[in-house]
Design a protein around this ligand. Sequence first.
Ligand code: NAD
Ligand code: TYD
Length: 348
Amino acid sequence: MRLMVTGGAGFIGSAVVRQAIADGHHVLNVDKLTYAANPENVASVAGHERYRFAQNDICDQPAMAALLDAFRPDTVMHLAAETHVDRSIDGPRAFIDTNIIGTYCLLEAARGYIEDSAAPVGFRFHHISTDEVYGSLGPTGAFTETSPYHPNSPYSAAKASSDMLARAWAETFGVPVVITNCSNNYGSHQFPEKLIPVVIINALEGKDIPVYGKGDNVRDWLHVSDHADALLLVAQQGAHGETYNIGGRAERTNLELVKMVCAILDEELTEARAGPHETLIKYVEDRPGHDHRYAINCDKIERDLGWAPSITIEDGMRQTVRWYLDNKDWWTKIRARGFDVTARQGLK
Ligand code: NAD
Ligand code: TYD
């Protein structure tokens, strides 16, 4: 395939790019390089003859049209977004700009690409989204592809809007759209403001581990390389106009997950510390509008495309902890740029 991947210098996008190159595809990575991006995430493929990079904002519609025209992809995989819920509460504007306007610009550029007859037969636009668009669940049940949208944060509202735009551009203008909605990802190269890297890095530095509220919110966790595999499968075999939910069948409360990471660190770190890492847990003020529970029913992608998560949360989390232990350089450089969640929350 010739893949134009947006947001390919971020956490999930870079996993997709690395996997796509390994699978033999041609990749054009389009990324604005916001604070959340890191060119080091794609350093292993940067010199590859099938890899190209363009530093552009997806809100720049003429630039998107020019890139489509020059690269002639048969698939767009659209991952570029503002993604951190806490930031969307502190300042929603960037989420409206990138997630809504940016998606609109990309859809319009794709429409032009098709209408000018430049797009190859079978061209498709894969819009990558989140389970957060469905809102919050009670103690039972799981989101299916037909669950009503009920976004509660500026982030999820902006992602829900972008899903609706993608749907409308398919129905009205015939852009061949496929949408995926995935649960929480974890793995290597995740920016150190999201829960798992925050826990690992703070524990390593002997700092407080911030757990919002009582830590009883439930998320369904999927290893990022399982997500990348699912995305590349949907990009090739997903049916036009369809939505596929992707999940890990690994629901945990935040507290269970934080304790799991702490227990792995207790085993992995040989240096003595006074007591288990979980003694660093500090309950902090809850996130406003904090969704209580997400769970994904991924029967459809399993049944129709034969995908299933392959990495257990126990193995995947140990791998992830080891990656952060072995790649201190990666995250110390980011921290040196001023991203320290602990300081932001006034913790020790
Ligand atoms: P991330 O924040 O790590 O990376 C986002 C990337 O998009 C960055 O490289 C950034 O520079 C780029 N970007 C942002 N604004 C841009 C713009 N205007 N133009 C061009 N590039 C821009 O995000 P992630 O966690 O890898 O998430 C990727 C996608 O997957 C997002 O669409 C997100 O909604 C979705 N998703 C994420 C998760 C998760 O758990 N992280 C779960 C489900 C779905
Ligand atoms: P996050 O990684 O921000 O993903 P999302 O909010 O998109 O699910 O957070 C995952 C969960 O962890 C969420 O319920 C909020 C919680 N959380 C904490 O308890 N402490 C933290 O420091 C962070 C960043 C998140």
